[in-house]
Design a protein around this ligand. Structure first.
Ligand code: GLA
Length: 393
């Protein structure tokens, strides 16, 4: 592929190494179809991998150093493989560094240095998991280069651990899991408590998944995200009166929750918990309706998910709400919701193929008129998880 050849040229230009020894890996971004803010509560999620993501070119070097470069950012970084620490000024390079650090936590020490060139196609900060994509592709590539097993469930867990402990963002497992384990034309039903998962064929036929990027710069996402997490923990503490063994909200059925909701003292915390338990229930309802390929019913569940994230979990905001409202008013749209952490980022809508053009025009102009921001749209196909490109090069 012409683009890969071009990337190889850039690699050689950057690091001066021989083209023959470059290996190429790819990991996708992800979109979550339903099950939002449920993963860190031990609930279920239903994400899918995208057909675009991060490409990584990697080759060994003769010393014990790591060279990091990206086609997206000017910053380059060189560091010793023996002493990898977080540093604010290293910016994006902290993500691959975090993986090297993580592997060392697992007693996997690199036997030699490497040069790595990243090429990202996921818009930054759009909530489509660009960081998980970098983490997972780095872990997979380094394990292959070192001749170690590449268990993609383990890679997801290690990448999440690096994100939590090295980067300091307390995200759940969904993003890394979807990026590592996605499959073309399938969504992943993942139980985030047991990590049992099922690849569910997502046959949307004449309906297309359309991602709308609000291009709203997400601010304070991490602190608000962590605040939601601790509110969920607070709810668990209160509910322990009735369920002494409870550790995660996802362990309760909707009925158990409803009968005991009054034990949660704080009204805000109660609304957060209600979202989580009802959202997990919506994921199981989604599986029921999708078994019969009832996309209209799934669309209604997507709508209900967004409304709950807006009213109970309060993670949407004017941009996401405006875009979702505009989307729902277009004929041929079965459902529309925010996807990912929220507070800006993207929406996902299920749109009849004949309406896609009108959708993009109408939603785009209404959104821009209301917010002054120019949105982007991607008609999305579901792609594969992390892999090495061999024949394709
Ligand atoms: C972010 C986190 C995920 C998940 C979603 C919300 O994408 O990284 O772990 O919690 O938000 O569903």
């Amino acid at each position: 592929m012409a683009q890969l050849q071009e990337l190889k040229r850039k690699f050689v230009q950057q690091f001066g190494s021989n083209e023959e020894i470059i290996k190429i890996f790819q990991a996708p971004g992800r979109v979550n179809l339903i099950g939002e803010h449920t993963d860190y509560n031990g609930g279920s999620v239903f994400p899918a991998a995208l057909t675009f993501g991060t490409t990584l070119l990697i080759a060994p070097r003769d010393d014990r150093k790591l060279g990091f470069a990206s086609t997206n950012f000017p910053l380059t970084k060189e560091t010793s493989i023996d002493n990898v620490t977080f540093s604010e000024e290293d910016d994006w390079a902290n993500y691959p560094k975090g993986i090297v650090w993580e592997l060392a936590q697992r007693d996997i020490y690199l036997s030699q240095g490497y040069n790595l060139l990243f090429h990202g196609e996921i818009p930054n900060g759009a909530g489509l998991s660009s960081s998980a994509s970098i983490e997972v592709v780095t872990a997979y590539a380094l394990l292959v280069m070192e001749g170690k097993p590449t268990d993609t469930v383990q890679i997801a867990l290690w990448s999440q651990h690096a994100e939590n402990e090295f980067i300091g963002v307390k995200s759940g497992i969904m993003d890394q899991f979807a990026v590592a384990n996605g499959r073309k034309d399938h969504a992943i039903l993942l139980d985030c408590d047991t990590l049992k998962y099922e690849l569910v064929p997502f046959q949307s036929g004449v309906y297309k998944l359309v991602i709308g990027n609000t291009n709203k710069r997400r601010r304070l996402v991490d602190s608000k995200y962590n605040e939601r997490r601790s509110q969920c923990e607070q709810a668990v503490q209160d509910l322990k009166q009735a369920f002494p063994e409870l550790t995660l909200l996802g362990q309760l059925t909707l009925e158990q929750y409803r009968a005991n909701e009054h034990l949660i003292k704080d009204e805000t915390v109660r609304r957060r918990a209600r979202h989580v338990v009802e959202e997990i229930h919506r994921v199981s309802l989604s599986m029921e309706v999708l078994k019969h390929n009832d996309l209209a019913a799934f669309g209604l569940l997507m709508n209900a998910s967004h409304d709950s994230l807006r009213d109970l979990y309060e993670v949407t905001g004017i941009e996401l709400d405006t875009m979702v409202d505009a989307a729902r008013s277009v004929p041929g749209v079965l459902g529309s919701r925010m996807t990912g952490a929220g507070f800006g980022g993207c929406t996902v809508s299920l749109v009849h193929q004949d309406s896609v053009e009108r959708f993009i025009a109408d939603v785009g102009s209404k959104y821009e008129a209301a917010t002054g921001l120019h949105p982007d749209f991607y008609v999305c196909n579901i792609g594969d998880g992390v892999r090495e490109l061999k024949g394709e090069v």
